[in-house]
Write a protein that binds this ligand. Structure first.
Ligand code: IVH
Length: 719
């Protein structure tokens, strides 16, 4: 019945389906809200709710009193106080092959412009499969323990952390006034087994793996429960520190040991990719004998001064990488292929699988990427899986690597049922019935419904309120769906503007939010507060939230930094005209300015111009700007930087640093870097061999300096 499309259900089938969905959704709500142990992804959960709503829309007389559409739960955990990390807790980039490790080392050597015989020390240590925990010590005393959360805001679990024997309440030895020690909280295998045995005997929930058990145990309201769970901790990193007690990664590990922490004994220093790989394989061999779960090996540049120079790309350090162990595989049966519609109208096929446990996690879904992937054609038109297509009923090989969505990597042809038919990818959007088309050279089929497609509209709102965009607490995935589907116009949220008019519209409304089950007075006011708190928002978040194609977080930040002020950006976005294809012409001034921003190429600029070319988008923006004020972008590191706010172009070959390092350095000092010289350029740093950019700078009378003068200017003469 699950496989029958809503349009084809009989009334009797619909009734049964609604009953099944009510039970299943309630079960997943319980796992998510109470147990902290979801079994399915948010996307799958949404699909269940969407199906429920679609059936209810067709058969309103069958709506059950306990229908999930009548409840909206609180998704955000209200259990713990929030803690803002003064220094964000970042993630690591991944390496999956030997080549990735060689590339990592090469990239660093190039960035630092090391000569062939210059040594580069890199440490290697196991990647612990637990959850990271930041411990703040003031005058040697543990004052706050916080989980990672979203990297910026975590949960205060101090009382629980104090029960972990590896975590000192008071530091030993010679420590700085302030230090945040960071590391991994985990559960050892023996403790995990004992816990599950106990739970089984008591008919309580058993945990799927030690990581879930550790997370569930740390986030207990009653710290005495955490104490009984016997968690452990390895220290491996740090956040805010008042005085650095060492100048290398390994030095810091020694220091942590002297404070009373446990550091991982398999940590070692190497000088080459070969050495790192050898250690990787040695640790892989020992993996089964360790009494804790690990999922790879982390490599870190040892010298902290070099770490500082290398800095970060987006959310991961350039100086570290996690080399993951090969993914685990398993076989199961493909039960159905569903099509999901995303924010940009992309139709994504999702495999519904016979549930199977892979590496301790139950898998019920896998991504199928796109139409070609199902047919056995890869991204570049190449043959994959020897050209075998994927059919419903097939026995499939699935692979799961870390937290990434499982993939179908192969099928077992011999087990294909005789009746299995090739999958026919829909040419009609399942959400709105519009045509779904594939543009030439694109792998993705997209719904052409645009504004009338409810799936796209809802996904756009979800994106708008998401963590790195407007980040509105209380508007999680479920709530967005609730408001989107609301019939009452004074309750509905169908565009981002509606979020900000909700409170006013509710004043005269018949269906009051606070009378709806799952909301209540306090949570409604909390929601309004959360919305109102975002009426002023940094420009980069605002631009990201708009959901312009190709304007992800990084490009939004580039645009925000380049224009600082929303109006300045909008003016250019409205004025820019791109050159017609093959016309041989160039675009107008605004276009040239936009494409001159470092990192903003034609594709991004074109997407910006197209977005502002749509009257509908301009109308929404106008209405939105009546409710919301984007704040001027503040460039980082303001204090006394001589190049703050300046636009700099680096050209020619540099001797003491690579071009990438030069740019990163300028940006750290609050400058913008551009790809070519224009009237807006403030400074050109030219090395030997500089050509047309130098000439242009001379013509325009832009200040020109060499590399040594650059170091002098920024006060690092002896660098
Ligand atoms: S270093 C700036 N070292 O992996 C990066 N992380 O993907 C600091 N992890 O959130 C992290 N073992 O929870 C580092 N030996 C190790 C680790 C480790 C596990 C986790 C950590 C982090 C995630 C990053």
């Amino acid at each position: 019945m699950q496989d029958i499309s809503v349009d084809d259900l009989t009334a009797e089938q619909a009734k049964q389906e609604l009953e099944r969905l009510a039970k299943e959704i309630a079960h997943h709500d319980y796992l998510y809200n109470t147990k902290d142990q979801p079994e399915i992804s948010d996307g799958e959960y949404d699909a269940l709710r969407r199906r429920n709503n679609a059936i209810e829309q067709r058969f309103p007389e069958l709506i059950r009193p306990d229908s999930p559409s009548r409840k909206v739960g609180a998704t955000v955990s209200e259990k713990f106080e929030k803690v803002r990390h003064r220094i964000p807790m970042l993630s690591l980039d991944n390496a999956f092959s030997d080549q990735d490790v060689y590339d990592f080392v090469d990239r660093i050597r190039r960035f630092l412009r090391l000569k062939d015989n210059d040594e580069l020390d890199i440490s290697a240590e196991p990647k612990i499969d637990g959850l990271s925990l930041s411990l703040r010590y003031e005058n040697g005393k543990l004052v706050t323990a916080a989980t990672r959360g979203d990297g910026t805001v975590g949960e205060n679990v101090t009382a629980n952390a104090l029960t972990i024997s590896d975590i000192p309440h008071v530091l030993k030895g010679n420590y700085p006034d302030l230090i945040e020690v960071r590391g991994e909280c985990y559960m050892a295998h023996a403790d995990f087994q004992a816990l599950n045995e106990r739970h089984e005997a008591e008919h309580k929930q058993v945990f799927a793996n030690p990581r879930n058990a550790a997370a569930g145990s740390l986030r207990q309201l009653d710290a005495s429960i955490t104490a009984r769970r016997k968690l452990k901790y390895f220290a491996y990193a740090w956040g805010e520190v008042s005085r650095m007690p060492a100048d290398t990664q390994l030095g810091m590990m020694d220091v942590f040991r002297s404070y009373g922490f446990t550091v991982n004994p398999l940590t070692k220093l190497f000088h080459s990719a070969e050495g790192l790989l050898k250690h990787f394989h040695a640790i892989e061999e020992q993996r089964a004998d360790l009494d804790y779960d690990i999922d790879g090996v982390v490599y870190k540049v040892n010298d902290l001064a070099l770490q500082q120079r290398l800095g970060f790309i987006s959310r991961s350090p350039r100086w570290a990488i996690a080399h993951k162990f090969p993914a685990e595989r398993a076989m199961t049966i493909l039960r159905a292929i569903d099509i999901q519609v995303g924010r940009t109208g992309a139709l994504t096929p999702v495999a519904r699988l016979e549930p199977i446990t892979v590496g301790g996690v139950v898998i019920t879904n896998a991504t199928l990427h796109n139409e070609d992937y199902i047919k056995g054609i890869g991204n570049k038109g190449e043959t994959i899986r020897d050209g075998k297509d994927i059919r419903v009923g097939d026995t499939v090989v699935i692979q799961r690597a870390g937290d990434v969505i499982p993939q179908i990597v192969d099928i077992v042809e011999e087990r294909r049922p005789k009746t299995a038919e090739p999958f026919i990818f829909p040419h009609i959007c399942p959400a709105c019935g519009s045509h779904a088309v594939r543009e030439e050279g694109e792998a993705v089929r997209r719904c052409t419904g645009g504004l009338i497609c409810p799936a796209q509209a809802m996904e756009r709102i979800r994106h708008f309120v998401s963590r790195n965009a407007f980040d509105i607490e209380g508007l999680g995935e479920k709530q967005v769906e609730f408001f989107f589907d609301a019939k009452d116009e004074n309750l509905a949220i169908r565009s981002p503007v509606d979020i900000f008019t909700l409170e006013a519209r509710q004043k005269g409304a018949l269906s009051k939010l606070e009378n709806i089950e799952g909301f209540g007075r306090t949570s409604v006011h909390k929601l309004y507060d959360a919305i109102n708190a975002r009426r002023q928002i940094p420009l980069s978040r605002f631009l990201f939230a708009l959901g312009i194609r190709h304007v992800g977080e990084v490009n939004a930040r580039r645009l925000a930094r380049a224009y600082k002020n929303y109006k300045a950006f909008e003016e250019v976005a409205l004025a820019a005209r791109y050159p017609e294809e093959n016309s041989g012409e160039s675009g107008n001034d605004a276009w040239n300015e936009l494409t001159n921003i470092e990192g903003i190429g034609f594709i991004v600029a074109e997407a910006v111009v197209d977005f502002y070319g749509e009257e509908h988008n301009r109308n929404i923006l106008q209405a939105l700007l009546a409710e919301v004020t984007p704040l001027d972008e503040v460039l980082p590191v303001t204090d006394g930087s001589p190049v703050q706010g300046k636009t700099i172009v680096f050209t020619g070959s540099l001797e003491r640093m690579s071009r990438d390092e030069a740019k990163a350095m300028a940006e750290r000092l609050g400058a913008k870097t551009a790809a070519s010289v224009s009237k807006k350029t403030d400074l050109v740093v030219a090395g030997p061999g500089a050509g047309s950019k130098l000439t242009k700078a001379q013509e325009l009378g832009v200040q020109i300096i060499d590399e040594d003068q650059w170091f002098k200017l920024i006060g690092e003469e002896n660098a």
